[in-house]
Design a protein around this ligand. Structure first.
Ligand SMILES: Nc1ncnc2c1ncn2[C@@H]1O[C@H](COP(=O)(O)OP(=O)(O)OP(=O)(O)O)[C@@H](O)[C@H]1O
Length: 820
């Protein structure tokens, strides 16, 4: 029998295991996880994992601080997991600074983490119970925040995280609006009002693919009627669907809840605050955080909150000489980024989408010795009711999605932080000390194949598994710490989740503070949830890295070589796990071999396996990662096939489009050619017309010139007879040529004369008529007149007959002459 795990100084966490009751469809499944009975009626601490249907596999035994069986209640968990000491550590009843506390859940998807932390509609979770005990314990030492205005400033100045601090009344007014306002169908549901009847399926990722699994639907009960349920969000193919259940008067809510028919309102499906989440819209881009597509609208104020279990008798001790204030903040780690759950998303000007700003986890000026999430919105709460309403508001923003494994699966690691501010009583301006109790609902590890996730949800699943793998590595470091090895702090910085969970467990090396002023390391409790009927491989992986101790019983398997040498059964047919087989080979010993792998106390003799525990752990994590990646590869192969089909279709379409384009181009070319031809013909005609017009004008011009010349020499132009036309034309051509030559010669002479004239002095110039040096004589002038006379006889267009001018024309010619 394995020794019970012992608490050591170096344990980062106390680790508890909670087993969930079998799910509806799993009642007949084989139970692979058995709780070992403890001695002397103590609470059980060990479990055994029996691999189902595979006797060759090792039987593993795990030790935890305590194991809670399927029938354990929320109150059992609250009392058994030492939440009270965590609260007391933060309240510091003996004076001085409090100790930070961390309460987290870890487990496969659907194993009951959210149920444990946030409860269901009739039962409170550890978060509500912790809040209850905090407020109950400091009741008489609470500062009156509302009636002391200076308090706000003093709390603000004591905050080390650059937070926006608001009083609960203002914040809740902005979130829930008027409590007396009528119900608004379509506004987002307040958490306890969300009911999810078992007959309504939830699975928004692949609508219609899993007939037996739930469809995605968010339901809200109207303020005045418990069972009047309105669909808030549905898968795309069910957008318009609306479910309305039979109405039940609000006054009879309590008894009805207890006796609700499972077909209408199953206790297991009517989860409370846990299910107040935003269902992830399918189709997000990788890594992108797209919160609800609309701004936060006023929520309905929940009218009923679960009261059970009753812990009114439980109180933690507080410091009687101190006064306290409670400040609440909430954030989530989604895709390795931190987002505030109490700050509404802001509409981006560029994309018109509502987005959240990722926050940093860092040391600030006023907090050099520990890291804090900077820039959160924090709410100062004066009583339990306010704190619960803030929790409701924050959970409403938390991201969830329906998957094949859990109809309302958390897609982010949720952090709910209760800051306990404490200062000496009566010191109005005294400084506040702060200790924080962080309650963490981790997202569950999942196998893509089972979760049937795809697209953005698949990527989220990958990120969740990755961060949980790093968390596993960090938890395994507990073993190293037990062996007094130095912690490898780099391991904690692998992702945001481990950074947030572990950074404040160790003093920061860079701090300048002396060791005496260092804060005490946080106290941490981890509750591992498991489904004994669920996925054996995934559950055993989680148990391996979270358990405080492990023992492996390996059935000896005869080696193939020894089997062959002994002339026994051929390989593959040997009854391998039969312990009755006797062999001389040590490797084929029939005896079961026990290998205790580690003991947290370090007091026990250890049998080391050939590889160290850390290496083994790393290999196991690697195996988990390989399995996840194999799932992803399957998924991606499916996507690839789908995409290839789509691509082929698109290519075919493209080809037909190309053919169409060629046809169209041909048609357009032909049309253009015809159009061009038509225009060319038109242009030609126009050009010809204008050419003939020009010719006509030129001829007319010549006609007029000739007429003017003929009149000036007194020639009567008569029309020649038709017989003389040819002869006259020849003569006219000759005459024109002669005249042109003569004209040219005369121009030359005139220019010579002008040159000469300009070279002479003005006194020597004589009038042209008196000069005897002119090259043209009077006789020549008279011969020129004679030629003109002849020309006048037959002058006209070479191509046109000389017209006989009518008397009117002659008159106009005479007028022209006068003008000359
Ligand atoms: N101990 C329990 N008793 C009764 N019901 C339980 C218990 N544990 C889990 N359930 C029910 O099982 C369902 C899934 O549980 P829950 O949502 O808490 O799982 P989870 O581990 O938070 O999953 P995820 O990681 O996907 O968010 C819920 O309907 C819840 O009410």
């Amino acid at each position: 029998m394995m020794d019970p795990p012992q608490k050591t100084q170096t344990n980062l966490f106390d680790v508890y295991l909670r087993l969930r009751p079998p799910q509806a469809g799993n009642a007949n499944a084989e139970k692979f996880l058995l709780v070992e009975e403890s001695e002397e009626g103590d609470a059980p601490t060990h479990i055994t994992l029996n691999p189902p249907n595979d006797r060759r596999r090792a039987i593993e035994k795990f030790a935890f601080t305590r194991v809670f069986e399927e029938n354990a209640t929320q109150l059992d968990l609250f009392q058994g997991t030492k939440v009270l000491p965590l609260v007391e550590g933060a309240l510091a009843p003996h004076g001085g600074d409090g100790t930070d506390g961390l309460l987290a859940t870890l487990g496969m998807t659907g194993s009951g983490k959210t149920h444990t932390m946030l409860g269901c509609r009739s039962q409170r979770g550890l978060t509500q119970l912790a809040l209850d005990v905090v407020f109950r314990s400091i009741q008489s030492n609470m500062v009156d925040y509302e009636s002391t205005p200076a308090l706000e400033a003093s709390i603000r100045s004591s905050d080390a995280s650059e937070a926006n601090i608001h009083p609960a009344s203002t914040f809740l007014e902005s979130i829930f609006g008027d409590a007396t306002a009528p119900s608004r169908a379509g506004s987002r549901a307040t958490t306890p009002m969300i009911v999810r009847p078992s007959h309504i399926n939830i699975c928004p990722q692949i609508p219609g693919q899993y007939p037996e699994s739930p469809k995605s639907v968010r339901l809200v009960r109207h303020l005045d009627e418990l069972s009047n349920v309105t669909v808030l969000r549905t898968p795309p193919n069910q957008k318009t669907r609306e479910k309305v259940l039979p109405k039940t008067p609000m006054t009879s809510l309590g008894p009805k809840l207890a006796n609700a028919s499972p077909s209408k309102k199953n206790y297991m499906t009517l989860t409370s605050a846990a299910k107040n989440k935003n269902v992830t819209k399918p189709g997000f881009l990788k890594g992108d955080y797209l919160p609800p597509a609309t701004a936060r609208r006023t929520l309905q104020r929940p009218s009923v909150l679960p009261q059970m279990p009753d812990i009114s008798a439980i109180r933690a001790s507080c410091d009687p000489s101190a006064e306290y204030a409670i400040v609440i903040s909430m954030y989530e780690v989604y895709n390795d980024r931190i987002f505030d759950l109490l700050t509404p998303p802001i509409k981006s000007n560029a994309t018109k989408e509502y987005r959240r700003r990722a926050l940093l986890f860092k040391c600030t000026e006023t907090s050099p010795d520990r890291k804090v999430v900077a820039g959160l919105r924090k709410i100062v709460c004066s009583n339990l009711q306010e704190a619960l309403m803030v929790l409701e508001a924050g959970l409403h923003e938390r991201r969830v999605a329906g998957t094949g494994s859990n109809s309302v699966s958390s897609r982010s690691h949720g952090f709910f932080c209760i800051e306990i501010k404490k200062r000496r009583r009566g010191r109005a301006n005294g400084p506040w000390g702060t200790s924080t109790l962080s309650i963490v609902d981790l997202a569950g590890s999942e196998r893509a194949r089972d979760a049937k996730t795809q697209g953005a949800t698949l990527v989220e699943g990958g990120k969740i598994n990755e961060s949980l793998m790093y968390l596993g590595q960090c938890l395994q470091m507990q073993t190293d710490l037990n062996n007094n090895a130095k912690p490898n702090l780099r391991l904690f910085r692998q992702c945001k989740l481990t950074e947030l969970l572990f950074t404040n467990s160790f003093p920061l090396t860079s701090t300048s503070q002396s060791a005496s002023h260092r804060r005490a390391p946080q106290k941490a409790v981890m509750i591992v949830t498991a489904d004994p009927f669920g996925d054996f491989n995934a559950t055993s992986q989680i148990l391996r890295y979270s358990a405080l101790a492990r023992e492996v019983t390996v059935p000896r398997i005869p080696s193939i070589t020894s089997t062959i040498l002994s002339g026994g059964h051929p390989a593959g047919q040997f009854p391998q796990s039969d312990p009755s087989v006797v062999s001389s080979s040590p490797a084929s010993s029939p005896v079961l071999q026990h290998r205790p792998l580690f003991h947290p106390s370090g007091n026990h003799s250890r049998t080391f396996s050939p590889i160290s525990d850390t290496e083994r752990g790393t290999m196991e994590n690697a195996a988990l990662e390989i399995a996840r990646m194999a799932d992803m590869i399957d998924q991606l192969n499916g996507d690839l096939a789908h995409e290839s089909e789509a691509r082929m279709a698109a290519e075919a379409h493209l080809m037909s489009m190309e053919d169409r384009i060629v046809e169209l181009e041909q048609e357009i070319r032909e049309e253009c050619y015809a159009d061009f031809e038509q225009r060319l013909a038109m242009e030609m005609n126009r050009w010809k017309a204008s050419l003939s017009l020009e010719q006509e004008r030129g001829e007319e011009h010549w006609d007029r010139k000739v007429e003017v010349l003929a009149r000036s020499v007194g020639v009567v132009v008569t029309a020649p007879s038709d017989e003389d036309d040819m002869e006259n034309e020849d003569k006219e051509n000759v005459l024109i040529e002669n005249l042109e030559q003569e004209n040219e010669r005369l121009r030359r002479e005139v220019s010579i004369l002008k040159r000469e004239l300009s070279s002479r002095t003005p006194s020597k110039r004589a009038p042209l008529q008196e000069r005897g040096d002119l090259p043209i004589t009077k006789g020549e002038i008279s011969s020129l007149s004679g030629k003109l006379e002849q020309l006048r006889v037959s002058n006209g267009s070479p191509t046109k007959k000389i017209r006989k001018l009518p008397p009117k024309k002659w008159e106009s010619v005479a007028m022209d002459d006068d003008m000359f």
